[in-house]
Design a protein around this ligand. Structure first.
Ligand SMILES: [Zn+2]
Length: 413
């Protein structure tokens, strides 16, 4: 799970390793190097840097897919509902609904601590304290007490079942966030280290369709659950149609087959309310096997990437196998040394020792936010016009863009 990622500590070492006297020279050198590298980069990877900085992106959208997809909340809700049913059906009323709400708790509690906010706040708070182990414990306790306390039952609420239902749902959120390449910080507030499993992408169609089918098959024959299933299924299909150029062909085929099987199973009444708890359990086991299989498969890819990184940048190289949305069982390689970040067919200078960049990272809220967030930090300094602008990017998400997700713009006076 440790993939040798970059950290701020490393950045600090770099900065302090540079004696003050050489910093002025470094500034000149770095700018010269920046210009030279930019020219070189322009020729080698086909980026056009015109007067107005019109950049032609030399890689496909797939590699820099938008990662602020809120579709992961759909997966959290469906997995949470299946967990609620598997753990507490018939013991806890509305176990599926409670599971769905609890499974999204780490995200919606972010609204209570200051999100949505400006980009720097988002980078710090998202997947922050509400996703930590301590935060999850608080969420489980509070939600259990709220739900149990609001019950008007003749008998006492089944506290243990309820706590188990809420507990597994909240923990499923943490695991699902961990299994991607965005990462999570389990030990906040004491330790802000990000952990990434790099198994399954943050938006994965099987994490939607498998629990949805199990829930639909087990639902009562009533228009409300049917309408809900059709709305969610329709939305998923719309996303799949839109993403057909991004997704691997076998994923599209599997999705279509799953849709047909889902319809047949519903019409033939394969499950029904009597067997719905078992259906939810089977769906969750399938997802566990699917996720675990990627966890096994990625080990070979990681070893391969690590070897390539060491060949290219020596023993101290950092590297990662990044999940790709729509393409399960494939991972994009990313390698880094202290001054270059590279992928299979691209390379970028990092510029982390340029004084303007060091200042941006240390002295501005935006810069500090990016420094703690970025897994592969790069910078670009623009001195054209008045003042200096530093673009800080996380190369997982942005490589040449000047705005959007994964880029922060800092003005230095
Ligand atoms: Zn989350």
């Amino acid at each position: 799970m440790d993939t040798g990622d970059d950290g701020v500590a490393r950045l600090d070492r770099l900065h302090f390793a540079l004696p003050a006297a050489t910093q002025a020279d470094a500034r000149t050198l770095c700018f010269v190097a920046f210009a030279a590298r930019h020219r070189e980069q322009r020729h080698s990877i086909g980026t056009e840097v015109g007067h107005r900085s019109k950049l032609r992106v030399p890689w496909t959208r797939r590699e820099v897919a938008p990662h602020r997809v809120r579709m992961d909340n759909l997966a959290h809700a469906l997995v949470g509902a299946a967990l609620g049913r598997a753990v507490a059906d018939r013991h806890v009323p509305l176990a599926g609904v409670i599971g769905a709400v609890a499974a999204n708790a780490p995200d919606w509690t972010e609204l209570l601590i200051g999100l949505p906010g400006p980009p720097d706040k988002y980078l710090v708070l998202h997947r922050g304290i509400t996703h930590s182990l301590v935060g999850a414990l608080v969420e489980i306790l509070v939600l259990t007490l709220l739900v149990g306390g609001s019950w008007r039952l003749a008998s006492r609420p089944p506290w243990r079942r309820l706590a188990a239902c809420v507990g597994v749902a909240v923990l499923s959120h943490l695991f699902m966030d961990w299994q991607g390449s965005y990462g999570w910080r389990p030990f906040l507030p004491w330790n802000a280290t990000w952990y990434y499993l790099d198994w399954v992408a943050s938006a994965d169609v099987f994490f939607w369709i498998v629990p949805l089918v199990a829930l639909a098959w087990g639902a009562n024959r009533h228009w409300i659950p049917l309408a809900g299933t059709l709305v969610v299924g329709g939305l998923m299909t719309l996303i799949m149609v839109n993403a057909r150029h991004v997704a691997a062909p076998w994923v599209l085929v599997a999705y279509a087959v799953a849709g047909i099987v889902a319809a047949v199973g519903w019409l033939r009444y394969w499950v029904g309310p009597v067997a719905r708890q078992r259906a939810a359990t089977v769906a969750l086991l399938l997802l566990a096997v699917y996720s675990g299989a990627q966890g096994v498969a990625v080990q070979r890819r990681k070893a391969e990437i690590r070897r390539a990184a060491e060949r290219r940048f020596g023993r101290g190289a950092s590297w990662a196998a990044l999940t790709e949305i729509g393409r399960p069982f494939t991972w994009a390689a990313i390698y880094a040394s202290s001054d270059t970040i590279a992928g299979a067919d691209w390379a970028l200078p990092r510029h982390l020792r340029v004084p303007a960049v060091v200042r941006a990272l240390r002295e501005t809220a935006d810069g500090r936010a990016m420094a703690q967030f970025a897994r592969f930090l790069t910078a670009e300094v623009d001195t054209a016009g008045t003042g200096t602008t530093v673009y800080l990017r996380d190369a997982r998400y942005a490589r040449v863009e000047r705005e959007g997700w994964g880029v922060i713009r800092v003005r230095i006076d």
